[in-house]
Design a protein around this ligand. Structure first.
Ligand SMILES: NC(=O)C1=CN([C@@H]2O[C@H](COP(=O)(O)OP(=O)(O)OC[C@H]3O[C@@H](n4cnc5c(N)ncnc54)[C@H](O)[C@@H]3O)[C@@H](O)[C@H]2O)C=CC1
Ligand SMILES: C[C@]12CCC(=O)C=C1CC[C@@H]1[C@@H]2C(=O)C[C@@]2(C)[C@H]1CC[C@]2(O)C(=O)C=O
Length: 253
């Protein structure tokens, strides 16, 4: 799949990994429709110029995401792909230090945004892309979902987050198999620890410890390193139905 003059939806594009993907795709000649809950996404689109537009929306809402897809269809020659970065992290123990059980609504909220939101974006994007004229090899589109190393090595307090990301991993192969008849590929990236606003509130010594836990290189990942993998997935049509860890070899304790 080529990037030049093709249109991509990027969710969670107001910040961190999504924002880096938007910059990289525009630099490669693509058009982007930026979706985020936060209104800051409008400024991000303005910074990127005419190739970018922003549609504020919630990935768990069918109406909001349909509006994002419709905007993408109108912003060029149809929707070529989606990089779905929107997500939230949550930390809560099953039983806290006072003996109270974890909050059920907080658990459901994490799963709703990270897992149900991913399904919502995938189903609406795939329905639109299935109507694209076939390109090389009959390709009609590509979907990149974002899991996490927490899907495999979840830590204490990450029951909700790890379950939501393990669900994203679990959907990758069946979604790729189902959508193959439409010429749509589905991939997932499982990042390790990346330097984004999601990490902003973590104390410096905790960040240093996380960096030390990476075998090589001993630092947090940079958002553009993530965006470069997303770019490769878009342009390399043999990548399908797989989850790629991008983590410097870290295995979380
Ligand atoms: N930063 C890290 O170390 C890692 C991040 N990830 C995952 O990567 C993805 C991106 O994370 P970052 O860029 O680091 O986080 P971030 O917090 O910088 O960006 C996430 C964006 O998603 C948006 N968002 C949240 N809920 C939304 C909703 N319901 N609808 C629309 N937009 C919504 C936020 O407004 C924010 O702009 C997330 O799915 C995260 O779980 C995975 C592994 C590591
Ligand atoms: C780096 C982590 C884990 C991987 C992921 O998908 C998203 C992350 C961003 C938030 C971090 C995650 C983590 O490793 C644990 C911490 C650092 C988390 C924020 C608080 C955190 O739970 C913690 O401080 C644990 O000790």
């Amino acid at each position: 799949m080529r990037i030049e003059n093709a249109t991509f939806v990027i969710t969670g594009a107001g910040s961190g990994l999504g924002s880096a993907c938007a910059e990289r795709l525009v630099a490669a000649g693509g058009r982007v429709v930026l979706c985020d809950l936060s209104e800051g996404v409008q400024d991000q689109a303005r910074r990127l110029g005419d190739a970018a537009i922003a549609v504020q929306g919630d990935v768990t809402s069918a109406d909001d995401i349909q509006a994002v897809i419709d905007a993408a269809q109108a912003h060029g020659d149809g929707l070529a792909g989606v990089i779905h970065c929107a997500g939230v992290v949550s930390v809560a123990k099953l039983v806290d230090r006072h003996g109270n059980p974890a909050d059920l609504d907080a658990y459901a909220r994490t799963v709703q945004i990270n897992l149900v939101g991913t399904f919502n974006v995938m189903r609406l994007a795939a329905a639109a892309m299935s109507q694209n004229p076939p390109g090389d090899d009959g390709e009609r589109g590509v979907i990149i979902n974002i899991a996490s190393v927490a899907a495999f090595d979840g830590q204490v307090g990450q029951c909700a987050y790890s379950a939501s990301k393990a669900g994203v991993v679990g959907m990758s192969l069946p979604a790729a198999r189902e959508l193959s008849r439409h010429g749509i590929r589905v991939m997932a990236i499982a990042p390790g620890v990346f330097e984004t606003p999601m990490m902003a509130d973590i104390p410096e010594d905790a960040v240093a410890a996380l960096s030390q836990a990476v075998p090589f290189p001993k630092r947090l990942g940079k958002p553009d390193e993530f965006a470069r993998l997303a770019e490769q997935i878009i342009t390399n049509s043999m990548l399908n139905g797989e989850v790629i860890r991008l983590d410097g070899g870290i295995r979380m304790q």
